[in-house]
Design a protein around this ligand. Sequence first.
Ligand SMILES: [Zn+2]
Length: 85
Amino acid sequence: MWHTELRVTTWGQVQMLGAYTCVEGDCNRCYNQAAGYFDFVSGTLLPVLRQKLCKIDAHAMYLEFVRYDGEQLWRCPGCNAAERT
Ligand SMILES: [Zn+2]
C-alpha cells in the first residue's frame, strides 16, 4: 500500500486525510490508524463492514497477511496485539 493524502469532501468542506491506499488498479480500499479500513470513492469515505477492533485498546486493526489456507492475521497498530481468524 502507498501512503498518500486523500482529498475528502464532507458537507462541502475539503479536508486532507493521510492514509494508505491499495495499489491494485480499481481498488478503492484504504487504511489509516484512526479509521481502520475504508473505501474511498468519489471523494467520500465509505466504512467497511468487516472491521476488526483490538480487544485491548479498541484500535482498528489491519490485516497483516493471509495464509495460503485462508487464515488471516490481524495486527493492532496501538499495542501490536495479533489476532487470527
Ligand atoms: Zn491494541
